[in-house]
Design a protein around this ligand. Structure first.
Ligand code: PHE
Length: 453
């Protein structure tokens, strides 16, 4: 099969934005955003996150799209083509490593959602706060459940990956995204009816600037990149399937808009309930799972609560699935094109390697104490991939697009071959951002974190 045949474009434009947004929106928004927000003091963290998203991630995303669509092939080759040297292909490899590590620990949480879906169907989730906390504790301390569920989720992803791009991803996200959005809104209103809920809103929106430390900035940077799947060669891979008439700028705006709104909405869904039922905001990875069942149980009549809980975990598992698909796709595509290997086999390589990370991460959160620097192994994997590899990938992509790629090629992609003309000011501003602002900011935050600045 040649490259062109291998790279069939997305069928429709709306499918494209939704599929890419679907890949971006996931546990990063619904689970990781509330978790890190809770651990980093609330509103001030959110402000920094929003700022980084707008100033660093928007240009970074456009840059990654440019590399991807210009390449129209797997990430490694796309980077090599953009840079004109094979060595740039290393960026695709960094992205692939980031994606695989992320897929590894991400599957643990995805597995939790699957487990909770099963529990919700069997009517085991609903009950008073004690029952909810006990249920979560029982799952976490089990030697088997989290690992088995994580591997199960991996196999689900694997099955979809070997069936090809359009079928799996596009169909799933088209149906799922709008529905999930509606359910989020319903749950926000439900959470607001709980006594003491207002404290959660204050936590989210009343910033205390004394809380903006180097750590908070570092975490906000990682969260912004993680949530948008930026710097992982993921967006580059998606853009390789974009047609020539796709407007990269407006697509970026839509995807960032959707992703950020879902994160903030998730915060609004979780924190009022956190304060109403007395869970600690910095409870860590379990926060969302220990909180939401209380909302279902306390805000709705029992029958409705049952339906809502099943629907919620089903949609959350689907949202996780669109992300695991995109995480899996990178490695599968890179290995297949690199070693001229059948996708069936390259997919298995990724599945097996990531499952090992899944099991280690799952055990470290529960029954087996493992990890470095005073963190669990789960957090080590997360921090290494999200806070370090993703910003590194985005940094290099900005350097590549800003300094190395031919200006005409970049402009050609920015304007979609002249289809969407851009003013000189617009183009110069873009270059200023990717040449100076993004790289300097990212390096400065790293230096600040290491205490050099
Ligand atoms: N953005 C995804 C989410 O929010 C996670 C992800 C990160 C996916 C990096 C791909 C690459 O769930």
């Amino acid at each position: 099969m040649n490259e062109q045949q291998n790279h069939k474009g997305f069928v429709s434009k709306i499918g494209l934005v939704l599929a890419t947004a679907g890949a971006a929106v996931g546990l990063g928004n619904i689970w990781r955003f509330p978790t890190t927000t809770g651990q980093n003091g609330g509103a001030a963290f959110i402000l920094v996150y929003v700022l980084f998203t707008l100033v660093l991630c928007v240009p970074g995303m456009v840059a990654e799209f440019i590399v991807g669509r210009n390449g129209a092939c797997a990430a490694k080759q796309a980077y090599a083509k953009a840079g004109g040297k094979k060595a740039w292909g290393l960026l695709g490899i960094i992205g692939m490593i980031a994606c695989s590590v992320i897929l590894g620990f991400y599957n643990v949480i995805a597995g939790w959602t699957l487990y909770y879906l099963g529990m919700a169907v069997g009517d085991q989730v609903l009950g008073d706060p004690e029952h909810v906390a006990e249920g979560f504790g029982a799952m976490m301390s089990s030697m088997w459940i989290p690992s088995v569920m994580g591997i199960l989720f991996m196999l689900l992803t694997h099955g979809i990956i070997v069936r090809g791009v359009q079928n799996g991803i596009e169909k799933a996200s088209k149906i799922m995204m709008p529905l999930f959005f509606v359910l989020l809104i319903v749950l926000i209103f439900a959470g607001f009816t709980l006594p003491g809920a207002w404290k959660g809103v204050e936590f989210l929106f009343k910033p205390d600037f004394s809380k903006v430390t180097a750590d908070v900035m570092f975490e906000a940077l990682g969260q912004a990149f993680f949530s948008l799947s930026l710097g992982a060669a993921c967006l580059c891979t998606y853009a390789s399937y974009f047609r020539k008439d796709v407007n990269l700028i407006s697509s970026t705006a839509q995807i960032v808009g959707i992703d950020m709104s879902v994160a903030i909405l998730a915060g609004l869904m979780v924190f009022p309930a956190v304060f109403a039922v007395g869970v600690e905001p910095n409870a860590g990875p379990g926060l969302v799972f220990m909180t939401l069942p209380n909302v279902f149980y306390q805000a709705f009549p029992y029958g409705v609560a049952y339906v809502v809980s099943v629907l919620f975990y089903a949609l959350l598992a689907l949202a996780a699935l669109t992300s695991t698909i995109s995480l899996h796709e990178i490695g599968t595509a890179v290995i297949a094109e690199e070693f001229k290997m059948d996708r069936k086999y390259s997919a298995w390589i990724i599945t097996v390697l990531c499952s090992i990370i899944t099991v280690l991460s799952a055990l470290s959160l529960g029954p087996v104490e493992m990890g470095f620097f005073g963190m669990t192994l789960f957090d080590n994997f997360d921090s290494f991939a999200s806070n370090m590899l993703l910003p590194l990938g985005a940094f290099c992509t900005c350097i590549l697009v800003g300094w190395v790629m031919k200006r005409e090629t970049v402009v050609e992609q920015l304007t979609s071959g002249g289809l969407f003309p851009r003013s000189g000011l617009f183009i110069n501003t873009f270059f200023f951002l990717v040449r100076f602002v993004c790289p300097i900011f990212i390096v400065a935050i790293f230096m600040y974190k290491m205490g050099v600045l």
